[in-house]
Design a protein around this ligand. Structure first.
Ligand SMILES: [Fe+2]
Length: 286
């Protein structure tokens, strides 16, 4: 009997150890190999009475934080670009952190990003990693050669059937001097305006201006989430508005933070899938 109990306990412990080992291997495989490549397509609709009729139903792809060179290579990027092109959107916006490694052959992003197509163009801002690993001119040049307009405290007008909306973009908070006033200077107050800002917490300054929608990245949504545990590891300037849509009382200003496509620091994602966002702008007259 004693021997039988001992055997039972031994087999229980063996089974438990094997189960735990299996969970660790499966968990490790999931966080390193499955979730990082499992892109979530998020679809957002933004209604506004300020949007000109000509831009009603404008569809925008917003992607962010590629971190090329750190578990993001040309082959993977090309596959992402092909998926994005299948959406056939009107406009493509990128909110920074093109690279994550000074040794990364950043020129390799050019052929892939060049294939991205949208009739109203491709516009970008830089992120903190575009300054950390190399002179920022590397990312700027690569994006420009791929057909992106890179905005640094500047804006551009988009024109459709004679009507206009504006897209403004800020310098990065860590590597530059983001200046919202400079970026929107000259935009008429009644013009629907999008703002690209790598760090979402720049919203506290942006909301003082006639901006309709700020698009950001930077936080990666925390990259790893543990159920029941608040994410306290979001980066500086990515802590107040780390993931998704935020609205504010008494203003039409909104900020949307994309979780990014790449990773940094550790090559893992858990309960925080990489993201591509499709924003649809709709004119809504109240
Ligand atoms: Fe990033």
């Amino acid at each position: 009997m004693g021997n039988k109990r001992k055997m039972t306990r031994r087999s229980f412990l063996k089974r438990s150890a094997l189960t735990l080992l299996g969970m660790a291997v499966a968990g490790g495989t999931y966080t390193r190999c499955i979730e990082p490549g499992w892109i979530e397509w998020k679809r957002m609709i933004h209604n506004s009475s300020r949007l000109p009729e000509a831009f009603h139903n404008l569809r925008i792809i917003h992607f962010s934080d590629l971190h090329f060179g750190y578990h993001m290579n040309a082959e993977r990027l090309l596959s992402i670009v092909e998926q994005m092109n299948e959406e056939r959107v009107d406009l493509i916006l990128f909110t920074g952190d093109l690279i994550d490694n000074g040794l990364a052959k950043v020129d390799q992003v050019i052929p892939a990003l060049k294939k991205l197509h949208a009739p109203l163009g491709k516009i970008a801002v830089l992120g903190n990693h575009d300054f950390r690993h190399a002179p920022e001119s590397k990312s700027t040049n690569a994006l420009e050669q791929a057909g992106f307009r890179v905005l640094k405290n500047q804006h551009v007008d988009l024109v459709r059937s004679g009507a206009k909306i504006a897209v403004a973009g800020l310098e990065d908070w860590f590597g530059g001097f983001p200046n919202v006033r400079e970026a929107v200077k000259g935009i008429p107050a009644d013009r629907y305006t999008l703002l690209l800002a790598h760090e979402p917490d720049l919203a506290d300054e942006a909301m003082k201006y006639a901006i309709d929608l700020q698009l950001s990245g930077h936080s990666h949504g925390g990259q790893v989430r543990i159920p029941g545990v608040p994410v306290k590891w979001n980066p500086e300037m990515g802590q107040k508005y780390p993931d998704g849509l935020y609205t504010f009382p008494n203003t039409e200003f909104k900020v949307y933070t994309n979780r990014g496509l790449g990773m940094t620091f550790l090559p893992v994602r858990f309960l925080c899938r990489p993201e591509i966002t499709v924003h649809t702008l709709r004119r809504q007259v109240t």
